[in-house]
Ligand binder design. Structure first.
Ligand code: MRU
Length: 339
């Protein structure tokens, strides 16, 4: 199994996703600022994966703390939680995982710092293990939505790399493939930073799942020609009413799918649901640096002077979503997610 995030001998080891598919290189993080930097620079990315990485970042903060008492340690952890939470604003899994670590720290603050550190490590490992188990359940539920000989279109990377393992949208594809139902996966390149072509295609090659890469601009055409049976994507944050933030371009695919009468599915763990947010209007959309749009793979493709708008995510209204698959089952409209 692809394990993009793991704990080994006191360090968080990340498969560096900025180097794929050309090189498989790991990066070890030994301090929480190194973890924050890895999240910010997309060494580790994908909503569940950044939550897991951040949880281990809190573990690293507990180990680095020189505090002699609980109050000092909790203050050091709060600083790390704040720093890790400032890396990327859209994926709610990041804040969910940090909140879970904070709660453990506060509940066990009477422990000796070393014992509290061990408890935090157990919690981070539990977040990782639960994510993999949840993804397998998402795969099993979602595979039931996939017809025989399915041609599936997916966007960005909601695969093993974007999680602790197995994947969400790609987990559904994986499970459907195991059941012999996948004829072809259409893989959107996913401009500007190519998570589709660099990461999803890499995973599908490794798994031997039949696929074909397309430029994002080809999605409308393959749908129009009747070559897509369903679309499935991941999510970074799902509001209580089902509005879903995901990689920029997802909304456009949902509009296209509706126009062509193609089901549009979202697959995500419950940790991606933000029941406190009534609808998608208040979701903060990360704006990333201009260089991502002015170039491809480090090569400049636009004038350095051209101003850029680079939202990393968009919000798909619930009305365009056929069903949302979580580890708890398949949910259909009207969506009403609660805590
Ligand atoms: O900017 P990224 O690569 O972190 O964006 C990732 C996505 O949009 C994924 O679809 C989403 O996080 C779900 S991953 C299971």
């Amino acid at each position: 199994m692809i394990s993009p995030v793991r704990w080994q001998e006191g360090a968080l080891v990340l498969l560096d996703q900025t180097r794929l598919p050309v090189e498989e290189v790991e990066r070890s993080c030994r301090t929480w600022p190194e973890v924050a930097d890895a999240i910010r620079t997309l060494v580790v990315r994908g909503a569940p994966a950044i939550g897991v990485a951040a949880a281990f970042g809190v573990v690293l903060a507990s180990r680095a703390s020189g505090a002699r008492d609980a109050d000092g340690l909790v203050a050091d952890l709060e600083e790390a939680i704040k720093g890790l939470g400032a890396t990327r604003p859209t994926a709610v899994n990041l804040f969910w995982a940090l909140e879970r670590m904070r709660r453990v720290a506060l509940e066990h603050r009477t422990l000796e710092p070393e014992a509290l550190g061990r408890r935090l490590l157990a919690e981070a490992q539990a977040i990782l293990d639960e994510d993999v188990a949840g993804n397998r359940a998402i795969g099993a539920h979602g595979a039931g939505l996939v017809p025989a000989e399915a041609r599936i279109l997916t966007h960005c990377n909601a695969g093993a790399l974007a999680t602790a393992g197995y994947g969400t949208a790609v987990g559904v594809i994986r499970a459907a493939h195991e059941r012999g139902r996948v004829a072809l996966v259409w893989v959107d390149e996913t401009r500007p930073v190519m998570q589709g072509s660099r990461l999803t295609a890499w995973e599908l090659v490794r798994e031997g799942i039949p696929h074909r890469l397309i430029a994002d601009v080809a999605a409308a055409s393959v749908m129009q020609r009747g070559l897509v049976d369903l679309v499935i994507t991941g999510a970074d944050r799902i509001a209580a009413n089902g509005d879903t933030a995901n990689k920029i371009g997802t909304y456009g695919l949902a509009v296209l799918a509706r126009h062509h009468g193609i089901p549009f599915y979202v697959a995500a763990p419950s940790s991606t649901i933000d029941p406190g947010m009534a609808d998608g209007g208040a979701i903060v959309i990360e704006e990333r640096e201009a260089a991502e749009v002015r170039g491809v793979g480090g090569r400049q493709t636009a004038p350095a002077e051209s101003p850029v708008h680079n939202p990393a995510f968009d919000v798909t209204p619930a009305a365009l979503i056929t069903a949302i698959v979580t580890e708890r089952g398949v949910f259909r409209a009207p969506f009403r997610f609660s805590a």
